[in-house]
Design a protein around this ligand. Structure first.
Ligand SMILES: [Ca+2]
Length: 123
């Protein structure tokens, strides 16, 4: 299931929060996962949400914090861009189009956790 956390956290704090709930920040394996993410985004009071995609390990490139393979992409056109030369090493989605943007990981944002075995919960 997917959990929409509307509290504003850094990417790392958001990931730790998801882990404390027995999950991780959401990974997106394909269009079905993305559809769930999009539905959650549309019902949220927040415009942007961290998901698990990151390139904090600069040698590995983009990967998911839950360890699943990074093989599907839903970038906004022009992203990822390390805008202005900033270290935009974490992925958030945007409510207006549900697409992915790279962003500085210390920004405070809402977040979406993924956990197996439960229905979608909003809190
Ligand atoms: Ca960016």
């Amino acid at each position: 299931c997917y959990l929409d956390n509307e509290g504003q956290l850094t990417w790392e704090d958001a990931r730790e929060h998801c882990v404390s709930l027995g999950g991780n920040l959401a990974s997106v394996a394909g269009p079905d996962d993305q559809r769930f993410i999009t539905e959650l985004m549309l019902s949220s009071v927040r415009d942007t949400h961290w998901i698990g995609g990151n390139e904090i390990d600069r040698l590995s490139g983009w990967e998911w914090s839950d360890g699943s393979p990074f093989g599907y992409f839903f970038w906004k056109e022009g992203e990822p861009n390390d805008y202005g030369g900033r270290p935009e090493w974490c992925i958030h989605t945007n409510q207006s189009n549900a697409k992915w943007y790279d962003q500085v990981c210390t920004d405070a944002k809402a977040s979406i956790c993924k956990k197996s075995g439960m229905d979608i919960i909003k809190y």
